[in-house]
Design a protein around this ligand. Sequence first.
Ligand code: ATP
Ligand code: LTN
Length: 326
Amino acid sequence: MKKILTGLQPSGELTLGSLIGGISQTVKLQNEYESYIFVPDMHAITVRQDPKLLRERIRKNVALYLAAGIDPSKNIIYIQSENLYHANLSWVLECTTYMGEASRMTQFKEKSSKKDNVTVGLFTYPILMASDILLYDADYVPVGGDQKQHVELARDIAERFNKTYGDTFKIPEPLIRDVGFRIMDLQNPSSKMSKSSENTKGIIFLLDDEKTIRKKIMSAVTDSEGKVYYDTKNKPGISNLLSIYAALNDISVEKAEEQFKDYNYGNLKKEVSDTVVRVLLDIQDKYNKLINSSEIDEILDRGREVTNEIAKKKVEEVFDKIGFGR
Ligand code: ATP
Ligand code: LTN
């Protein structure tokens, strides 16, 4: 069976973008693949985190994965920092990566240009991500469009290592969902809906209440043309609403476009709100039952055990090949 592997950072509250671009892909694929989903808490500290909040969010992430349909009997679910091999392999991979290729990462360029105290960790972040992927010989990595370049870097690193030391790593491929691969901010539809943005008016969090969800969608920025059709360049706001609707109802954007072609913007927003509310209230209901349960700890204990065993073997193989130790 082929393997998929993905993770969602606990660096902020998960959003509708995280659900559509991240979790829901794994939910769809979990029956056909051996599936790994984890919480990359070590990635989260590339920017400063409050320790108490970070710990809360790690647990919240896991509860949300489960509430959104990740089946613990079909997935290995774990926390990155509970497996020390991730950081171990990452060092070796840092020494397999050139400054030039790491410097080309768009996400680093974007994030570092907006901050004052940029950490070295933010720069080497994609290499830790390569380690996450290569440790488990993942075939496919379901991610949003923004992470494609990082998976491509993991491929390049794996190929280089294999060429130098002999066949060691599987070459992974990104798996980008076609509909809604990039959900945009409702107030600023030319930028990604991001859990780390300062202005939360344009972001739907998975745990927002019904009133807030409706208010945010009804006040989404659109355009003055008054016609509903998909055109991300000239109509980013309307296109985003169509993408959200299509992704959550599992239909094509064309079908959504056809369905709403005679709607005015107010009615379109109302329909989109109804869909988002339906999906998120169902997730929240399940989340509330899970968040304080011991089920989460049992699942994570199992994940820690299984992944440590797999990762240990891979790291020992790597250390042996590069000549470490006695
Ligand atoms: P942010 O920039 O919001 O802090 P991130 O990219 O670090 O977030 P994660 O929550 O770690 O986000 O991402 C989990 C997955 O969801 C990734 O595969 C990412 O590509 C995807 N994703 C996040 N936001 C969006 C979005 N707005 N549209 C589509 N996919 C998204
Ligand atoms: N960088 C990713 C989170 C992430 C990840 C991974 C995703 C860390 N390690 C390994 C897939 C595979 C993000 O920001 N969304």
